[in-house]
Design a protein around this ligand. Structure first.
Ligand code: SAH
Ligand code: SF4
Ligand code: F3S
Length: 445
């Protein structure tokens, strides 16, 4: 049988990246598909889209416009659009891009091989953007990996409905994967050499799964189970929500040394007024309280966040409160965005009082402060010993590289190959996000 060649382009969050890797796995199993990095070689083109911020639609049609030409030359090419824009727009995509064959959502990626077969057979487009009850995971074959760090989705969707956010509408309601499946997937990855796991979800700490006996397992329970898998030495997760960051989860940091000393806990704004308009369900007192408690247990814990600037109603005073929070909480690496109205969300109907020039200035200032913080933490690491998981050789500078617990890339040269191992290095030079080091010792298990 002729090999199908699949090209996937992915935009958006790590959950989309995870979904794309699963698309590749299932297409290989079901359609004998190989993944190609060259779009010109492919006969199946998949775009996995994101609609979290502005211009998502424009970007999509721009990309599809380019792919249309490939289809002119070869009408047998199949074009599929998946992800959050597909989920949001559905059939409307065909109004501007009639040549698209398949539209599928984040919860229907497992149906893709079947949809492709049917499109080929019946020569008609197919759309499935439904939210079937988290069935997709059952269809994925075990992942084959050559990496030492891997992502595992544990929960899909979101029930929080922050007023600015499109995710609950595009990914559906929160559904947790059975813990048995998650453990099996991690054990399988660990037998292939994976030593670091990054648990994924829009809201990982909302994880809740009821087993056949009616017992309920939450995120803390899941972390404890994962910590017992022998070769998993580092556990990370993204993203957790302050509302669900309870004392049980905070206290588990005492028991699980594999949990890294870096926590990405998005606060979005330093103003209680804005947090309430965003419907984030916590205030600054509660947020800082979590941080204090966790730093009591882990004094070296570094915290990162996400920020939205220029939310409707944000005054200079509100914005200054955000800057103060960055300094008070002593935040490390954080992501920041200008507020983007998303169609159908409550915030998109709020009066937007901040003009774009002001928004850009606020973003610029906020990023300046974050960069100063990042620099401060990186410089503190100079001349210290850090543990890194060596991931490979960088094509840019031909040096070995690995990551620290707080997500800094560390480069070093060595006569020996330590790829896949945890090693101790001494930091000898530092830049904003990357560090240079010399080898000290191998970390003993
Ligand atoms: N579930 C996570 C975040 C998911 S989206 C959480 O609640 O923290 C990733 C980030 O995108 C958000 O933290 C937010 O900072 C940003 N974001 C989401 N919607 C946005 C919008 N409409 N405009 C600008 N930024 C947005
Ligand atoms: Fe969006 Fe809020 Fe859910 Fe995060 S918690 S995905 S920001 S609705
Ligand atoms: Fe984007 Fe959907 Fe992820 S909107 S950020 S791809 S959940």
């Amino acid at each position: 049988m002729l090999k199908n060649k699949l090209y996937i382009k992915t935009w958006g969050c790590q959950m989309n990246e995870y979904d794309s890797s699963k698309i590749a796995d299932i297409m290989e199993k079901e359609l004998n598909c190989i993944v190609t990095k060259s779009v010109k070689d492919a006969n199946i083109l998949i775009l996995n889209t994101c609609s979290i911020r502005e211009k998502a639609q424009e970007k999509l049609f721009h990309q599809l416009g380019r792919w249309k030409n490939f289809k002119k030359d070869n009408p047998n090419i199949i074009i599929g659009v998946g992800g959050c824009v597909a989920s949001q727009e559905g059939k409307n995509i065909l109004n501007r891009a009639y040549y698209v064959d398949i539209i599928f959502g984040p919860q229907t990626i497992h149906k893709l091989p079947m949809m492709i077969n049917n499109v080929r057979k019946f020569k008609k487009y197919l759309i499935d953007i439904s939210f079937p009850n988290i069935e997709k995971f059952k269809y994925f074959p075990f992942t084959k990996t050559k990496c030492f760090s891997a992502f595992v989705t544990i929960i899909e969707g979101c029930n929080k409905y922050c007023t600015y956010c499109i995710v609950p509408y595009t990914r559906g309601k929160e559904i947790s994967r059975p813990y048995q499946d998650i453990i099996l997937e991690i054990k399988n990855l660990s037998t292939q050499g994976v030593k670091e796991i990054n648990l994924l979800g829009q809201n990982v700490n909302a994880y809740q799964y009821k087993n056949d006996k009616g017992q309920i397992f939450n995120f803390t329970d899941l972390l404890i189970m994962i910590s017992k898998i022998k070769d998993i030495k580092r556990i990370k997760f993204t993203t957790s929500h302050p509302k669900n960051f309870d004392n049980q989860l905070i206290n588990v940091y005492k028991k699980i040394p594999q949990l890294v000393n870096f926590l990405h806990l998005p606060v979005q704004s330093g103003s209680d007024k804005i947090l309430s308009l965003m419907k984030r369900r916590y205030n600054i007192f509660e947020y800082t309280n979590i941080i204090h408690k966790i730093k009591n247990i882990r004094p070296n814990m570094q915290i990162g966040s996400d920020f939205i600037v220029g939310f409707p109603g944000e005054t200079k005073k509100d914005f200054n409160e955000t800057i103060s929070l960055i300094l008070d909480v002593d935040l490390d690496m954080s992501y920041s965005f200008i507020y983007s109205p998303r169609p159908g969300t409550p915030a998109s109907k709020m009066k937007d009082n901040v003009d774009i020039k002001e928004k850009k200035e606020r973003l610029h200032l906020l990023q300046y402060h974050i960069n100063q913080q990042v620099k401060k933490f990186s410089y503190k690491m100079l001349n210290t010993i850090q543990t890194i998981l060596v991931e490979g050789i960088s094509p840019q500078n031909n040096k070995y590289f690995g990551k620290t617990e707080n997500n800094r890339i560390v480069f070093f040269t060595s006569k020996n190959n330590y790829i896949g191992q945890f090693i101790n290095v001494k930091i000898i030079d530092c830049y904003l996000y990357s560090l240079y080091a010399v080898f000290i010792s191998i970390v003993k298990n």
